[in-house]
Write a protein that binds this ligand. Structure first.
Ligand code: HEC
Ligand code: HEC
Length: 478
């Protein structure tokens, strides 16, 4: 199947069908090379425009499936919970069926096992407007510790983190991070289907059963998880002190306070002293906080949404969008290179072009702009101070007749010509001379000299002093 074609082959696009995409043009790297069909009966349309490629799936929305509800009471892990979690962390790979993970039970896997701890974060990553629910599982007898050198949390083997994405009442995907028994981290996302289970996604998948307005939503492959989760120290990005110790916008309760409100939870999942360390650590600045400056808000936005790839160790390390190292000042001058920012010319700035490009856009893992990100980047890039214009090149001034009808000193126009800074004060014409200094003061006529000094005094006529005696006087002026 090549670009510009609508799929109409003999193969039915049933759920799970894998389609290989072979761009006819090899000029540009294809953004996707395979995608799997989310819903039976879909029609796949491929089209391109120059280097841009896009893939659209059309289908009728499926019937409602599982809606995950956080537990009302969080229990300590039972022996069976620990057995389920241990199977996940010791297994070579994650199972293809979400049901088979065993972390959610009941009809359509809507009930998390009792020991999954729901939590929230101060600032959420933008994911095309989907709602998110987050859970963490810490095995019996293990606790989370604190590394003060990096202000980050360290998770025991067997820890499982879950982020569930829904479009209102339609579940879309559930992402899983597992700290395996061999210390590695397993990562995968599961795509919900109309039959109430979710299937592991092995290649990027696109579904239209999602916000905003059924326009399409893209689920990342396990390899793409690594972009963000494997480059910046801890693979756990949200369950960290800076995200747990500050209240999300519109709330007065911090995620830590919510955890504390559940009896016994803090003592069970954290080692002694860790909650205090979390509460004392720096808190992540919230891009939605209108008390912060526009620059701070925009940079905080990029730190969360861009720096997972654009950091010194990241896969897109040619740009550093971390607050700690790359975006340390209001208007970092390093961003002026390669027209990433062109002060005073928003539309010429590469950052803006990349952020607003409808097809080949940044960040690459989402398809739609975050209204908040749009506003903040727009305001920040527009406010970038325009550097003072470089001084105009000094062009030699043409010797001119000075004053009113007077000749230039020494009979001819001097060959050495003073530049535009020749000190005419209130005078109307520039003095020329072969000397080095010409001073005219508030006369209308000017004097010229071939001497080394020329002094014109104020008045309506100017008098030239001849430094070396060759200057002639000119009685100029009115
Ligand atoms: C564009 C960068 C990016 C990509 C790609 C990405 N994530 Fe994340 N993920 C984040 C950020 C940032 C957070 C923390 C903020 C939040 O929870 O909204 C996060 C949070 C999570 C969490 C909650 C635990 C934690 O780290 O705080 C899980 C689970 C998760 N991601 C799994 C995945 C999986 C699985 C994939 C791949 C299928 C993936 N993510 C792809 C950036 C990314
Ligand atoms: C998942 C990783 C990832 C995330 C997240 C991400 N980028 Fe990128 N970015 C890349 C890669 C890879 C490239 C190089 C390929 C390209 O230009 O498309 C790139 C290129 C760019 C470029 C152009 C290259 C240049 O040298 O000037 C800009 C500007 C940019 N990103 C801005 C952003 C902004 C702004 C965000 C956040 C809103 C962001 N990126 C988030 C991976 C990422």
């Amino acid at each position: 199947m090549t670009h510009g074609q609508s799929y109409s082959g003999p193969m039915a696009l049933t759920e799970g069908t894998r389609v290989n995409l072979e761009p006819a043009k090899r000029l540009c790297k294809p953004f996707l090379t395979t995608l799997s069909v989310a819903v039976a009966g879909a029609t796949l349309l491929l089209f391109n425009s120059g280097c841009q490629q896009s893939y659209k799936l059309h289908h009728k929305k499926g019937s409602a499936a599982a809606i995950i509800a956080p537990p009302t009471v969080v229990k300590p892990p039972s022996a069976s919970d620990d057995a389920v979690a241990a199977a996940i962390s010791t297994g070579a790979t994650l199972p293809t069926s979400f049901h088979a993970l065993g972390l959610f039970t009941g009809p359509n896997a809507t009930q998390p096992i009792g020991s999954l701890v729901p939590y929230n974060v101060k600032v959420s990553l933008w994911s095309d407007g989907l709602d998110k629910k987050r859970f963490i599982y810490v095995p019996t007898g293990s606790t989370i510790t604190y590394d003060s050198s990096s202000s980050s949390l360290v998770f025991p083997k067997g820890t499982i983190l879950i982020k569930h994405f829904a479009d209102g009442s339609t579940p879309i995907e559930t992402r899983v991070l597992v700290h395996s028994a061999d210390e590695s981290w397993k990562m995968a996302t599961y795509q919900w289907n109309a039959s109430g289970d979710a299937t592991r996604v092995d290649a990027p998948a696109i579904t239209t059963a999602a916000a905003p307005s059924n326009k399409g939503y893209r689920l990342p492959s396990p390899a793409e998880c690594q972009y963000c989760h494997a480059t910046t120290g801890s693979p756990v990005l949200g369950f960290q002190p800076e995200q747990l110790n500050g209240a999300p916008s519109g709330s007065s309760t911090t995620p830590m306070q919510s955890l504390e409100a559940t009896s016994g939870l803090i003592a069970r999942i954290f080692a002694t002293g860790v909650p205090d360390a979390i509460n004392a650590a720096p808190s992540r600045p919230d891009p939605a906080d209108s008390k912060l400056s526009t620059s701070m808000r925009a940079r905080a936005y990029m730190d969360l949404n861009c720096s997972t790839c654009h950091n010194p160790k990241g896969m897109a390390n040619f740009l550093d969008f971390t607050l700690a190292t790359g975006l340390t000042t209001d208007y970092p001058s390093a961003l002026l290179a390669f027209q990433r920012v062109v002060p005073g010319e928003l539309n010429s700035s590469i950052i803006w072009q990349k952020y607003t490009d409808s097809l080949y856009r940044m960040p690459p893992v989402s398809l739609y702009q975050d209204p908040l990100g749009y506003q903040l980047l727009h305001d920040w890039l527009s406010a970038w101070p325009v550097p003072p214009a470089a001084p105009a090149p000094v062009s030699p001034s043409v010797p001119v007749a000075n004053g009113k009808g007077t000749a230039n000193g020494a009979g001819t126009a001097g060959t050495k010509v003073q530049g535009p800074d020749t000190g005419n004060i209130g005078g109307t014409a520039a003095g020329n001379g072969s000397g080095t200094v010409t001073g005219n003061m508030s006369g209308t006529g000017t004097g010229n000299t071939s001497g080394t000094d020329a002094g014109n005094t104020s008045g309506t006529s100017a008098i030239n002093a001849a430094g070396s005696g060759t200057g002639s006087q000119s009685a100029g002026g009115t």
